[in-house]
Design a protein around this ligand. Structure first.
Ligand code: FES
Ligand SMILES: [Fe+2]
Length: 361
């Protein structure tokens, strides 16, 4: 790390002691160098959502995913759910390009073939290669955890447990049980903005009346609340039942640091994952889940078209904000303490992650 980089991090951390009502500076949403720190100090040191048990019900079912430059494959081995780097030990080929079911995991490059538990089973035409022994090779495993049917991985052994990160959520959403939901559909969006711009936009309801007129009619803005926990924040609002096609209940919007959202409405779970790509682009993944109940089709159709409308509005504002951050006319702003508590909480955790980088230099 060079001096300019050290000074940049020091000034970001110092801004905390000057009063947390100031936002992070524009530079953290721009530089390639912060991308590396975001991936290694934030995303690789946290639980990353990769699948739901409903996608891995049978032996041999597998799901592929990519988190901050790490290709991952999650497998039902018949005994348990395991996750591996989706990277063959021969010359780094992929075991799978898309989700599926198989008796073994065969590399797509030259056909090395792995048992579902990651041990190498066979490797074509390798028997005459000196020093090669099938038993010496296996896919490297990645730490996994399950919570309410959702499967997470971590690339770091030393992070808080998933139950600590999710503390209080299962109790609060009762009688909803997310493990009873079934995966229905995935949508992916590529945005021209830094991943933190999208996360921060999610973390405040301040923009609702201006950006989302339709959503504002569904939710009661005056009753919109944000509560903070150590590793997550919670936004909620009663549904206006005269308008709501979701039925009776409450909208629960959980943000789980650093990049996962759980949007829970009666009879519906939508997870969002916010993933940085190169060149300051962001991939946002929406996975939809619904329970196995009668007459759900109409709710699904309405839910998805309504979500698309809200997402289009969010994409437009996030990409405009990124242009503002890039303009050179703006560095830091003041956070609205009544409406942007969740954003402030996220920025505190980001500052702490950046400080951990300094500690290691
Ligand atoms: S890279 Fe997998 S078999 Fe060659
Ligand atoms: Fe929004």
């Amino acid at each position: 790390m060079n001096n300019a980089q050290l000074q940049a991090i020091e000034s970001i951390i110092k801004s905390q002691s000057e009063g947390e009502i100031l936002t992070l500076p524009a530079s953290v949403y721009q530089s390639d160098w912060f991308d590396v720190i975001d991936k290694t100090a934030v995303l690789h040191k946290s639980w990353q959502l990769v699948a739901h048990l409903s996608q891995l019900q049978h032996q041999g079912d597998y799901v592929v995913h990519e988190v901050a430059d790490q290709p991952v494959i999650v497998v039902n081995t018949g005994d348990e759910i395991k996750a591996f780097h989706n990277v063959c030990r021969h010359r780094a080929g992929p075991l799978a390009f898309e989700n599926g079911n198989a008796k073994t995991l065969m590399c797509k490059y030259h056909g090395w073939n792995y048992h579902l538990d990651g041990r190498l089973k066979s490797a074509p035409e390798m028997h005459t290669t000196q020093g090669f022994n099938v038993c010496d090779h296996r896919l490297p495993e990645i730490k996994t955890a399950q919570w309410q049917g959702l499967i997470f991985v971590s690339f770091d052994e030393v992070i808080p447990s998933i139950n600590e990160v999710m503390s209080g959520i299962a109790e609060n959403i009762q009688p909803i049980d997310l493990s009873q939901m079934k995966f229905y559909r995935r949508d992916e969006f590529i945005l021209d903005c830094n991943w933190k711009v999208y996360v921060e936009n999610y973390l405040e309801g301040y923009h609702l009346p201006h950006v989302h007129p339709g959503l504002s009619r569904l939710l009661d803005y005056k009753s919109y609340q944000t509560e903070l926990s150590q590793w997550h924040s919670y936004q909620y609002s009663p549904l206006d039942q005269s308008d709501s096609f979701y039925g009776q209940g409450q909208a629960h919007y959980y943000f789980v640091y650093p990049n996962t959202m759980l949007n829970i409405l009666p009879n519906r779970l939508q997870t969002n994952q916010v993933l940085p790509l190169i060149n300051n682009q962001t991939k946002v993944i929406f996975d939809y889940y619904y329970p196995n109940i009668a007459d759900i089709e109409q709710l699904i159709a309405q839910d998805q078209s309504f979500s698309d409308e809200v997402q289009d509005e969010d994409i437009m504002i996030c990409e405009a904000v990124q242009k503002g951050l890039n303009s050179g006319s703006y560095d830091r702003g003041i956070i609205c303490q009544k409406r942007e508590k969740g954003l402030q909480h996220f920025q505190q955790l980001i500052r702490r992650a950046y400080a951990s980088v300094l500690d290691k230099t």
